[in-house]
Design a protein around this ligand. Structure first.
Ligand code: BTN
Length: 242
């Protein structure tokens, strides 16, 4: 992959969007800091200098728009695997877009697309990983960093460059599998890394919010969740909270 490094940008997502017509896939931009980092739902993504990995990866697959759900599942597995391999930490996937360690969020990613007539032209996947401890993390009970989770002896493994290398290897591997294989080929592995099953969660879909327990994910990548009346809900896209 082509990897571009910038000391400081407003947002690597914005930069990738701005260059999208010239970009040949796979393209990756990494920033030392972001002044306007954004998370999902346009939330602020704090991106202080050299405290985290802030990157956007561009892919241009020839696929239908609705396959983006499947893309997200493969990417979440790639990120969890890269964290596990690099730091020997138990990284859990919190569907749809977060990676957790010990019950706290360490990484979030977002998948934005440019499409025409239901065909994808570009996927711009932004990944933000908290590598080092920050003030913001101390304030938030729901967030953590790799540094916070590593035991003293393992802190020597904390190296942005080698993590980035591993992440790119895992992203390329899962992207390749995404293009060539169905979700069912990674479903078991994905389930084994998922942290949402069997727990009551607040599920917010576009037009409604309800409590239910995720119990399974289908071969198509739809989440199945059972509410307290025993009714099963098929969830395609939503935000969920513990
Ligand atoms: C989330 O959990 O809401 C997703 C966070 C994604 C943050 C990354 S950091 C690199 C890229 N540039 C941005 O402005 N956002 C993404």
């Amino acid at each position: 992959s082509e990897v571009i490094y910038k000391d400081s940008v407003d947002s690597t997502q914005k930069l990738a969007f701005g260059k999208i017509t010239d970009i040949k896939e796979p393209f990756i931009v990494v920033a030392g800091e972001q002044t306007e980092g954004r998370g999902r739902f346009n939330r602020e993504w704090a991106s202080p200098e050299k405290r985290g990995l802030y990157m956007s990866a561009v892919f241009k697959p020839d696929i239908y728009l609705n396959e983006i759900i499947k893309f997200n599942l493969f990417i979440s597995l790639a990120i969890a695997n890269a964290i596990e391999k690099s730091f020997n930490l138990d990284a859990g996937i919190k569907w749809p877009n977060d990676i957790y360690i010990n019950g706290r969020k360490v990484c979030g990613f977002l998948t934005e697309v440019i499409s025409e007539n239901n065909m994808i032209q570009s996927i711009i996947c932004g990944i933000g990983l908290n590598l080092y401890h920050t003030e913001d993390i101390s304030k938030l009970e729901t967030a953590t960093s790799i540094e916070d989770e590593l035991k003293l002896d393992d802190k020597k493994d904390l190296d942005m460059e080698s993590f980035l290398k591993q992440l790119i290897i895992d992203l390329e591997k899962q992207y390749d599998q995404f293009i060539n294989m169905p979700f069912s080929s990674i479903r078991e592995e994905w389930i084994s890394k998922s942290i949402i099953f069997g727990k009551e969660m607040r599920i917010s879909e576009m037009n409604r919010t309800f409590m239910a327990k995720p119990v399974d994910i289908t071969d198509e990548g739809f989440l199945l969740a059972v509410d307290r009346y025993g009714e099963t809900h098929k969830i395609i896209s939503a935000d969920i909270e513990f």
